[in-house]
Design a protein around this ligand. Structure first.
Ligand SMILES: Cc1cc2nc3c(=O)[nH]c(=O)nc-3n(C[C@H](O)[C@H](O)[C@H](O)COP(=O)(O)OP(=O)(O)OC[C@H]3O[C@@H](n4cnc5c(N)ncnc54)[C@H](O)[C@@H]3O)c2cc1C
Length: 553
């Protein structure tokens, strides 16, 4: 006999598990959410790093979660989740002491979710590009005139919809077939480098785009899914809305948890789910590692990663061998990076401030040499071959000083920056001892790089740092397979209707009724898309509420 029972049992208490749990509870279902760690949130967490008194977000940091309709559906702003949109969204300081500064051009109404682009700021951003390259600015102005907004809306719809079934619109395909679109029909087959060189002339803008996308799992020589390949465009125009959660990313999880509790949902931590129980081809519950049996009267939703679902939770269930084979061959060799924090005394004083004094205020600041040829030919090779004492000859680090827009991230008068370096070897490419040495060296290296652009970032100015490696990320959560933080790798064969594999892309496992998949392995980032899109399929099958009817997503 079961030890507990719920209408819906949800495995995994990261953002996706929390999102789908809330929508199920909205239908009056009793929901039991099971999380193996000692708190909910998964990558939506914050902790006292790199020193006591500071709050750092060791994982998800730059948030697009405000886009998710669950903000309005569950009034998360009344449950402690507030987003801050720093005035400067992105910037890049170059070795030639020039810089790009891109201002935030999005207005968001938390009550309605309405998003309004600020055209005066979009034009200001284009003028910033014109100071370095009038030709590139002209190109951007043309893109804005020529259906950029249609493309931006299509991206949004693409992310917050399940992959299209026959008869449903394919928003990206529609853009490619639109003769008015700025999209060249060759783009889906071109490498990142080819697309960027096709659009822009200046080494500075080419470098910015490629360096930025290293943090999104796209290397310059990749043919990336179009959604990801052009992601930098919205940061240049200022419409990406890279927000910060006031008080820390953990507030995303806390607000979702409060919403769930208010609807009667229950959650259990330190509850490691070992197996999904399947009887007569129907998911009817779960078994925890400690032997506890939980019955699901209506459905089970699994938001752990594809490998864990197939190899562990369904290990004794008969499913197609092709599914097992394909899941175990997923590629996880792109979204690895170094990601951590530096606590320090005095704000960095950038050399490039003489070009634009706002350079240091950016939500996402990059630094580097404007050398697109190097990035294309050497960077990927060098960064994926990092070993102790052996790092790329040129680095493209990032630093975002959080305390500038949210002083609660540090003690009064002190500062905290999220720092990182895009591109890194997968966890299994180095042994444990090598990773320990790399971890010791990478923080120093990023700090030394930072000094080239902001000379006051000396050792005396630094209080402490802690930088996570792909090995650390994999140790924290084996679902981030090989330290891939947006698993599986973002490549066309693993995107859209192929993500994570074609058989699982509709959030179900063929042959198992009442069993749904909701993990980030279906989508990307902390946007709440997989949980929401999974619920869209559940609602259709079970005739549940469809809050998206009558609105865009
Ligand atoms: C270092 C790092 C930096 C990132 N930076 C950003 C960023 O800046 N912006 C952004 O948008 N995204 C970022 N991401 C990606 C983003 O965090 C993920 O896409 C997102 O968290 C995926 O949500 P999820 O709920 O699918 O997975 P997770 O957050 O991984 O949550 C899954 C949960 O399931 C639990 N679980 C797994 N197996 C079991 C089991 N057997 N039983 C019970 N519970 C289980 C896990 O413990 C975990 O809590 C980053 C990720 C990492 C790792």
């Amino acid at each position: 006999m079961a030890d507990a029972s719920f209408d819906a049992v949800v495995i995994g208490g990261g953002q996706q598990g929390l999102v789908v749990s809330n929508y199920l509870a909205m239908n009056g279902m009793s929901v039991g959410l099971f999380e193996k760690h000692n708190e909910l949130g998964g990558a939506a967490c914050s902790s006292p790093v790199p020193a006591a008194g500071f709050i750092g977000n060791p994982h998800a940091e730059h948030l697009g979660f405000w886009n998710s309709p669950c903000n309005q559906d569950f009034r998360l702003h009344e449950k402690g989740l507030n987003f801050i949109f720093p005035e400067v969204m992105a910037s890049m300081a170059f070795t030639n002491e020039k810089c790009f500064v891109f201002y935030s051009a999005t207005k968001w109404d938390k009550e309605t979710g309405a998003i309004t682009p600020q055209m005066d700021i979009v034009m200001k951003n284009i003028n910033e590009v014109a100071r370095i390259s009038p030709k590139d600015a002209e190109k951007l102005a043309k893109l804005v005139e020529k259906d950029y907004w249609e493309f931006a809306a299509a991206l949004f719809l693409h992310l917050y919809s399940p992959p299209p079934l026959p008869g449903e619109p394919d928003y990206i395909e529609m853009q490619l077939n639109n003769p008015e679109s700025f999209l060249d029909p060759r783009y889906p087959f071109m490498t990142e480098y080819e697309i960027i060189c096709d659009l822009f002339e200046s080494p500075e803008l080419q470098t910015y785009c490629m360096a930025w996308n290293h943090y999104n799992g796209v290397y310059a020589d990749d043919v990336a899914p179009l959604t990801m390949a052009l992601l930098w465009l919205s940061t240049i125009l200022g419409t990406a809305g890279l927000a910060c959660a006031e008080g820390g990313t953990h507030n995303v999880a806390h607000a979702l948890q409060r919403a769930l509790a208010e609807q009667g949902g229950q959650f259990f931590v330190e509850a490691d789910v070992d197996q999904v129980s399947v009887e007569n081809d129907r998911a009817c519950g779960i078994r925890l590692a400690d032997g506890t049996e939980v019955k699901a009267r209506k459905l089970v939703v699994d938001s752990s990663g594809a490998e864990e679902i197939i190899n562990r939770h369904l290990r004794d269930v008969s499913i197609g061998p092709e599914i097992r084979r394909k899941v175990n061959k997923l590629r996880h060799d792109r979204s690895q990076f170094f990601w951590g924090h530096i606590a320090f005394h005095e704000l960095p004083a950038y050399r490039a401030a003489s070009w634009n004094p706002d350079v240091g205020k950016a939500r996402w600041l990059l630094m580097g040499d404007p050398d697109p040829e190097y990035i294309f030919r050497d960077y990927r090779y060098q960064t994926q071959n990092i070993k102790p004492g052996h790092f790329p000859t040129k680095m493209y680090p990032t630093a975002s000083v959080e305390t500038q827009w949210d002083p609660s991230y540090g003690p009064p008068g002190k500062h905290l920056a999220m720092i990182g370096s895009g591109g890194a070897p997968p966890a299994s490419w180095l042994n444990e001892r090598e990773w320990i040495l790399v971890k010791q060296q990478i923080g120093d290296l990023i700090a030394t790089e930072w000094q080239k652009y902001a000379p006051n970032m000396t050792r005396d100015n630094i209080i402490a740092f802690n930088v996570g490696t792909p090995y650390d990320h994999f140790q924290k959560n084996p679902g981030w397979v090989d330290g891939d933080v947006q698993p599986p790798a973002i490549i066309p064969s693993q995107w859209g209707k192929n993500r994570p594999i074609p058989e699982l892309a509709q959030y179900q496992v063929p042959g198992i009724k009442d069993f749904y998949l909701a993990s980030g392995h279906h989508n990307v980032g902390l946007l709440g898309c997989s949980g929401y899109n999974c619920y869209k399929r559940i609602a259709h099958h079970l005739g549940l509420k469809k809050p998206w009817e009558g609105r865009m997503i």
